[in-house]
Unconditional design. Sequence first.
Lengths: 208, 389
Amino acid sequence: MDLEQIKSDIEGAVPDSTLRIILNGSPSAEHSLLIDNEHAREIAFFLRDHPKYAFDYCSNATGLDWLDTESTQKVKVRKLIEGVEQEVEESQKTLFSGYLESVYHVYSMSKKHGPLVLRLRTINRTDATHLPSLTPVWRSVEFQEREIFDLFGITFDGHPDLRRLLMWDEFTDHPMRRDYVEPDDYEYEPTAHDEVLEKAQRHITQLT
Amino acid sequence: MIGSPAIETENSERTRILTGDSSGAQMLEISMGPHHPSTHGVFRMDVVLDGERIVKLKPVVGYLHRNHEKIAESTTYLASIPFTDRLDYLCSLTNNWAYALAVEKLAGLIVPERAEYLRIITAELTRLQNHAGVVGFLVQDMGASGTPLMYAYKQREQILDLFESLTGSRMMCNYLRFGGCRADVPSGWLEQVTKVVDEFPRFLDEFERLLMGNEILMARTQGIGLLSKELAINAGVTGPMLRASGVNYDIRRVDKYGVYDRVEFKVPTGEHGDVYDRYMIRMLEMRESVKILKQALRGIPAGPIIDPKAKLRGFRPKPGEAYGRIEAPKGELGFYLVSDGTPNPYRYRVRPPSLVHLTILEDLCLGHYVADAVIILGSIDIVLGEVDR
C-alpha cells in the first residue's frame, strides 16, 4: 500500500483535511496515517466507498495513552553575577503535553489488501478527550470503541450506545491509562460495622 | 407465556416504557445468564420479549475481566505467552501463534521451516478439536442431550492427548516461542498424529449420517439467525461465521502466513448465512483441516525448531509497532503491539473475534423465539475468556 498515494487521494477528495504520515521504526514497517478529527468520518467514508481502495472491513480499534513528557535542554544565558556579566549555562525545561490516541486497522475484503493504519489524536489527556466515532462507517468498532471509552476514557461523539463495556457502570476511573493507580481494595464499601468500630475506639480513648 | 392472561405488573410497565411500545401488549424483560448453561460461560443477555418473540437484546459482558492487557504491559514479552493460553482457553495453540506472529513481525525474526510445519500441525489440530466441540455443543443446545456431544468429545479427547504428549498440558499448552517452538516432538508423536488424523473422517461421516438429514435439526436451524453478506463484512465478522454468509475470505489464504501457501485446501462458503450454514461450514472445514494435516505431516522437514538469533531473555524489540493476525478457529485473532525499546511492551492489545461477533447478536436474534437465541449464540461460537480478557 502506497501511503503517499492514499494521502494525496484523500486530500483531493476531502479538501481542508490535514493528514500526516507517522513512520514506524520496527521491521514490520506498518506506517500509519494521522487524520484530523473534523474530517475523520468523511475520510473514513471515502476510504470505504472509493472503488480503488474499498476498505470495507475495520478489523481492530484500540486506544493508546501517551503521557506528558518533559525534556531538558542546556541553554547559554548572559547574566550579571556579582556585578560582572558572564555566560552561564542554564537548563530549560519544555513540557510536551500528552494525548490519547485511537488506532484503527482497516482492511479490504473485496480487494484483499491491507492493513491501513489510521490514527486519531485527542488534544490532551484531561478535559479535551473527545474524538469522532467511526461506528457509523464500520459497525465492527461499536463494541471496541465502547471498550476504549471504558478503559482509556476517550469519549466518541456520534456513537450510538456509548456505555462502559467491561468495568461496571459505577466505576469511575480508566484502568488502561499509564498513570492509573489501582485502589487498595476494589470491593471496599463502608459498612455499619466500621462505624461501630470507630465509635468504640472513641469510647476507649475517652475512658482512658 | 403464550395464552397467559395479561397481568399488569410494575415490571411490564417499565418494560413498555423502555421499549417505547404503545400497542398494549405485555412485554417481558428477562435477564438470561450470567449463570446459564446455554451462554457457554459467564455471559448475560438482557432480553425483552413480546410473547416468546425477541424485540430487544443487549449483551452484557465483563464478568471474567481481569485486564489481561494491563498485566501484559507490566511483564516481559515472553511472560505473556502463558497468559495468551487463557484467552480462548479451547484453542491455546492458535492464541500462542497469533501472539508469536505479532512479536516476530515487531522484531523481525525468522521462523525455521520445521517450526512452521509444527505450527501448522498444532493449529489445524486445534481447529479440529474446537470445531468438534462447537458442533457437539450446538446440537446439545438444540436439545439432543449428551449423545452427539459425547461422540464429538470422544474425538476431541484424542487430540487433547496428543497435545499433552507434545506440550505437557492438555489445554494450556504454552508451546510456541518467538522465532520457533519450545520443544521438538517426542519420538513417535508424528505417527500418532497420522493415526488420529486418518481416523478423523470416520467420525465426520458418522456424525453427518447421524445428524445432517435430521428433520428436527433442519427445522430448528434453517432460516434462523440470518446474517447478510453486507452486514457481516461491515460488522467485522470473520472466520466460519463470515464464510457461512458467502464471503470467500480466509486469512490463511489472504495473508499466507506460516507455510499455508504450500498446502492445498479449499475454502468452503455458505449461501444463506443461517445457523445451518454455520454448522455445515464447520463440518466442511474439518475435512479441509484433515487435508492440510495430511500434507503437513508428509512435508515436515528435519532441522532446527527455533531461530538461533532469537533471544528468550533480555528480549528488547526496537521502538515501533506491529499488528499480527491469524485465522483462529473462531475468526480473526489479532495482536497489536507497541514497543518503546524496553523489555515490556508499551501497548499490548488483543483483538478477539468473539467480542466483535457479539456486536451483531441483537441483529441476528430480533424477531426469533427466545429458544432460538440459544442456538444462534451457540452458532456464533464465543468463548468468554477471550471476550472479557
